[in-house]
Design a protein around this ligand. Structure first.
Ligand code: DX5
Ligand code: ZN
Length: 222
């Protein structure tokens, strides 16, 4: 599965707020809304103060879903675990610039392993940190909450970085946004140039996930 080409706005549900005892059903439910991407949040209890899933869970999910596995590594040593995540079935791997000294090397390694690559910025990390390497990536992820937990409030100042990121990468690279995204914040981030919209609690805390995905889509169809 490949990340969709640019030119569309994709809603990427994040499983962080899903029922982890029923992950396959949860993913298939949002798939029935026609989403192409599922966002998998990986946390190591070190880079962020929370722990979620790793390669064994992703490998099992791979058997039940054909969605693009957008794997958001909130871990301190992404290079060490890159191959394990690719082997498990990740299609796209995003790592945080805050923990990688030589991002060019990791981007190259991930491309050689056959996945598309994302680079991510925390709310307090300036865009300059990714300026040189952003164009080597297939997607840039702008965090609009401090990573670690679902259901936090959207940080409007962090979202403003999307405009600068879009200027840097141009139209051929996806710009993803993650954190506090709902029907209120989606039109704002889309107007700044985001085209890949991660939403966790705005989808999985609702009883009807298909309706929740559609509500997000309708919020940016000006
Ligand atoms: C936060 C994760 C997000 C999270 C978003 O650290 O990276 O993907 O699931 O959750 P919401 O959409 O509830 O802010
Ligand atoms: Zn995420």
């Amino acid at each position: 599965m490949r990340l969709p080409k640019t030119g569309t706005i994709e809603v990427a549900p994040s499983i962080l707020s899903a029922d982890f005892a029923r992950l396959a059903d949860e993913i298939n439910e949002v798939a029935s809304a026609g989403v192409n991407i599922i966002h998998l949040d990986v946390m190591d209890g070190h880079f962020v103060p929370n722990i979620t899933i790793g390669p064994p869970v992703i490998a099992k999910l791979r058997k039940v879903s054909n969605l693009v596995f957008d794997t958001h590594l909130m871990i301190s040593e992404p290079a060490k675990y890159a191959e394990a995540f690719v082997g498990a079935g990740a299609d796209h791997i995003t790592f945080h610039i805050e923990v990688v000294d030589e991002p060019e090397n990791l981007i190259e390694k991930l491309h050689e392993l056959g996945v598309t690559v994302g680079i991510c910025l925390n709310p307090k990390t300036p865009v300059e940190r990714i300026e040189k390497v952003a164009r080597l990536c297939d997607m840039v992820l702008v965090m609009t909450v401090e990573p670690g937990f679902g259901g936090q409030d959207f940080i409007p100042e962090a979202a403003k970085k999307i405009r600068r990121v879009r200027e840097i990468v141009g139209p051929e690279t996806r710009v993803e946004v993650d954190g506090g995204i709902d029907t209120q914040s989606t039109p704002i981030v889309v107007s700044y140039g985001a085209d890949t919209i991660v939403a966790g609690s705005a989808i999985f805390s609702k009883p009807d996930r298909v309706a929740a995905v559609n509500a997000i889509r309708e919020s940016f169809e000006f």
